[in-house]
Design a protein around this ligand. Structure first.
Ligand code: UDP
Length: 360
């Protein structure tokens, strides 16, 4: 919803379609997501059949127009069955880390991937050996969106008041879907270690995604662990809470992203853009965004996260410097304008590889 209007304004007629699925399909796609990230879970023939059946239903409903189709992630990957015209280009845009996938699911996906004309990955370490061309394009944030634009202090105050977060102590915040791969329970463990020596509050802000059937049970576990503590604030935000997330990020002393596995991790770019000091796991696309000890601190464990948070709480000037460097890094590499330029170059490269190479 940020890239499409810009492309249209530049004269590249663009639209975005969304596939539909039922509960069972989303259970299967979430399982695929987890096992592609290395988790162990039994994948059955029924799962594959459900995936194909929903893909067929969507393929029958969608209007495949345009000269270039960009299909995002594993969920709609099988739509490529509808590839007919030789002059239409199909690109598979992979947002997740498939460097160490469940082999069975990966083999299943490969049947589709191989039919695309090209693929896009977010980070070099995510890419796999494939028979099709691969491009490297990082995701981006839009600095003018509600999620990222500057906010008046009065708006920030009113949001925090409405969410009942007192601002009497430093706020340590993680914004993420309630998903085990985001390790919200580990964030609480790290916070409890920090609390032994610092007065502060923890905010865990997230919400459900309509295609994530596990969210409710993770949220219940988080609530149970936080029960009885008035310094841990668990927020189940409704969809579209962009201003709320913006205000929470801007009012936080430190932003944490303690994922166990991660795609790119847009919440990190969002936090850095607001010049917040970030403590984040060195997984997925996070090390592309956080340059350790320059634009944030990377960690590898609960204890490591706690140590980094304590270091920043004890050294506000150091924390401020990291935040400012982080913002500059995002300005140079992870804004929408860079993303747009790379998409346009990629579209050209599909048919003009030699000229693009010549352009250098
Ligand atoms: N987000 C949101 N509401 C929530 C939780 C997350 O709008 O309750 C946003 C967050 O600000 C970010 C995106 O969803 O823009 C999550 O992207 P990320 O790459 O961090 O993680 P993903 O959820 O895609 O694994």
């Amino acid at each position: 919803h940020r890239m499409v209007p810009l492309l249209n304004q530049l004269g590249v007629e663009t639209c975005w379609d969304v596939i539909k699925g039922g509960q069972r399909f989303f259970e299967v796609t979430k399982k695929f997501h987890n096992v592609l990230h290395g988790q162990a879970a039994p994948v059955t023939l029924d799962d594959f059949e459900e995936f194909l059946e929903t893909s067929r239903a969507n393929a029958a409903e969608l209007a495949f127009t345009g000269d270039i189709l960009v299909v995002h992630d594993p969920q709609p990957i099988a739509l490529v069955h509808r590839k007919r015209r030789q002059d239409r280009r199909w690109i598979w845009r992979c947002h997740i880390d498939v460097s160490n996938p469940n082999e069975r699911v990966w083999r299943f996906l490969r049947r589709f991937i191989d039919r695309y004309d090209a693929s896009i990955f977010s980070a070099p370490s995510f890419a796999r050996r494939l028979p099709i061309r691969q491009f490297l394009v990082s995701p981006s944030i839009d600095p003018l969106s509600d999620k990222n634009r500057e906010l008046e202090p009065a708006i920030i105050d009113s949001v925090l008041q409405r969410l009942q977060i007192p601002r009497d102590r430093p706020l340590i915040t993680q914004v993420s879907r309630f998903d085990r791969l985001k390790d919200p329970l580990g964030v609480i463990d790290a916070f409890l270690l920090v609390r032994k020596s610092f007065q502060c509050r923890l905010v865990l802000a997230g919400g459900g995604a309509s295609d994530d059937p596990e969210g409710a049970s993770v949220l219940a576990d988080v609530r149970a662990k936080a029960q009885g503590r008035d310094d841990i604030h668990v927020l189940d935000l409704p969809p579209g809470s962009d201003i709320e997330i913006n205000a929470l990020q801007r009012s936080s002393t430190i932003i944490v992203q303690k994922s166990v596995k991660e795609g790119f991790g847009l919440t990190v770019a969002e936090a850095l853009w607001k010049a917040r000091p970030v403590v984040a796991s060195a997984v997925g696309g996070i090390p592309l965004q956080v340059i350790h000890r320059h634009g944030g601190l990377l960690c590898h464990s609960v204890e490591g996260a706690a140590l980094a948070i304590k270091q920043l709480l004890a050294n506000p000037a150091y924390a401020r410097g990291l935040g400012e460097n982080g913002r500059e890094h995002v300005r140079q590499h992870f804004l929408l304008t860079r993303h747009l330029k790379e998409y346009l170059l990629l579209f050209l490269a599909l048919d003009h590889a030699e000229e693009i190479v010549a352009l250098g």
